[in-house]
Design a protein around this ligand. Sequence first.
Ligand code: SF4
Length: 206
Amino acid sequence: MTDDSKSAANRAARNEKKEAYLRAIYDRYTTEFRATGDQDLLSVARNTHMAMDELLQRDRAKNPGSENIQCGKGCNHCCREAVEIWPQEAALLAGVVRDTGMMLDMARLERQSRFTVDTWRQQPMTDKACLFLGSDGACTVYESRPNACRKLLVVTDPALCDAEQSKPDSVGRWFSWEAELMESAALEVFGAALMPGALLAALHAK
Ligand code: SF4
């Protein structure tokens, strides 16, 4: 075997090992989420949010690059993008709306619900913002925000997150493989929908 073919074989073996490792994490989460079948929606959402926070905290502590994360209160370009959530998160958000008496712009929510991931950016700029984005630029449901929002962290200038002004590849993300896999497993097991449609359904549910 030549040196080149040896290093290609080593690389393939490393990739295979990494794939198996990631697959095992994904399978662990799908099994865990499938086992929540009998639990109430709000507990599943809260427990999964707590697990995501703990995971991100643990991975950030291990990864020196995370000290460059720039996200902060009032920085919110990402709150104008399509956000996928699962039904338990929609139920939690609907509960917050009901419990706090929050007034939502239902006409805008209805309009938003007609868009898909592919067509989201065709909305007028004034319609795109998440209904939970406050006038001060902060999230009004921060404690109950979906995991898609919790795990979205950038290490570049927040101004570059403005999709109207910058190219998507100009944004540098810090991410945890495990957080990505946890969220993929949740979307797969619980079901994925864009936040406006899922929230409307949860608000109309008895
Ligand atoms: S739920 Fe909060 S963090 Fe998530 S998109 Fe809406 S305003 Fe932004």
